[in-house]
Write a protein of this length. Structure first.
Length: 163
C-alpha cells in the first residue's frame, strides 16, 4: 500500500490486489486510512489470472520471503514487467534493469521510484514487456523438464551406488 501511495502521488493509477491471505484485512484498512480506497480493488482469489495480468502495466512483488517467484513468472509470461524485492529466488526470474527492477526487501521508496520511472517511459516499458516475455519463455516446461529429469537421474544413480 505504501508503494502504491507513492506512485499515485506522481501519476494516476489503479491497484488490483489479487488473492486472499492473512494480510488482506490489514491492507484494506491501510488503503482506507491512506485515502486510496477509490483506486484500490481487492479482487480476492481469481481463476483467470492471465486476463487480469493482460490489462496490467506492472506487477509489484515486495515479498519478504519467496522460494521461487512463480507469481512474477506468470506476470512476465503475460508481458508484464515486475518490480520486486530481492527475496529468495525472485532475482533468478526477474532480471534487474531488463525485465523489471529488483530492490532490497522493504525498499518502499525505491520500488515506487522504479515503478514511476517505468510507467513514465513508454519506450522502456515496451522493452521491458518484451524482455519479460522472453525471460518467461526460458522457464517453459519443454526447457525445464529435461533439467529436472537429469537431476533426478543423477540423484537416483548416487543412491543406487551408495547401496
Amino acid at each position: 500500500m505504501e508503494i502504491f501511495s507513492l506512485i499515485r502521488q506522481e501519476i494516476p493509477a489503479k491497484l488490483l490486489m489479487i488473492g486472499d491471505g492473512p494480510e488482506r484485512q490489514a491492507a484494506e484498512l491501510q488503503s482506507r486510512s491512506l485515502g486510496m480506497d477509490a483506486d484500490v480493488r481487492f479482487l480476492g482469489k481469481q481463476e483467470a489470472i492471465e486476463e487480469l495480468l493482460a490489462v496490467s502495466d506492472l506487477f509489484i512483488m515486495p515479498s519478504e520471503s519467496e522460494s521461487f517467484g512463480l507469481a512474477a513468472l506468470e506476470a512476465m509470461a503475460c508481458e508484464v514487467p515486475v518490480i520486486s524485492s530481492d527475496a529468495g529466488g525472485i532475482p533468478e526470474v526477474n532480471i534487474d534493469g531488463k525485465t523489471g527492477f529488483v530492490l532490497p526487501i522493504k525498499d518502499v521508496k525505491g520500488m515506487a521510484e522504479k515503478a514511476i520511472l517505468l510507467l513514465k517511459d513508454e519506450g522502456m516499458l515496451s522493452d521491458f514487456r518484451e524482455n519479460a516475455y522472453q525471460q518467461a519463455r526460458k522457464f517453459s516446461l519443454e526447457k525445464i523438464l529435461p533439467h529436472y529429469e537429469e537431476f533426478y537421474k543423477k540423484v537416483l544413480k548416487n543412491c543406487i551406488d551408495c547401496n
